[in-house]
Design a protein around this ligand. Sequence first.
Ligand code: PGA
Length: 230
Amino acid sequence: MIYAANFKTNHTRKSTAEYIASLSDKIATKNDEDKVYIFPPATALDSYVGDFTIGTQNAYPAQNGAFTGEIGLDQLEEFDIQTILIGHSERREHMAESQEKVAQKFAFFKEQNFEIIYCIGEPLHVREEGFDAVMDYLLAQFDGIDISYEKVIVAYEPIWAIGTGRSATVEEISSTHLALKKAINNKPLLYGGSAKPANIKEISAIDGVDGVLVGSASLDAESFSQMILS
Ligand code: PGA
């Protein structure tokens, strides 16, 4: 299983260092085949050492340059960061990242040989239209994306389940993952959306779930470690 922690706009440089020290202690006995990723905010990127991979929640597709407020490859290379989240629904919505922009970013970081966690997910009104509408919506989020790229992990995150405390049901995750797995040629596929210690066993037992992308429940090292050790 893959366990990825997305801190979003939470934690500082200081609290991230404390979190990583605490998490490392707690997960010292984790299964070797389980992989842990941590995506802290950009100000907390650093050269942390341990049994986990640090990734960036975002970056501008450029080595450096005049892109006020953004970070590029120079800033990632300083800490040897080679993993990035692309296409998260919060960036598509609040930062108005279009599919075209997302695809450009994907192509750039693929060219740089980054590991990419590529996020897709449908809003509630689409889920309410039924399964076919959900799949049409999700598949459109692969426009311009080279899914054959060997270092891609896909994260399916229904928007209505993100940060709401209400995860998708086992049946919803199961049917969606089954269909997605075919579309993405069996690439690793994570589920995200209110994954937490209370539901991790149920979610990780679903066929076609290779891991979880966790927001709220990852912010506390104790809670995230409980998920990893479950
Ligand atoms: P959540 O967020 O676990 O708080 O629902 C998941 C995500 O947005 O990656």
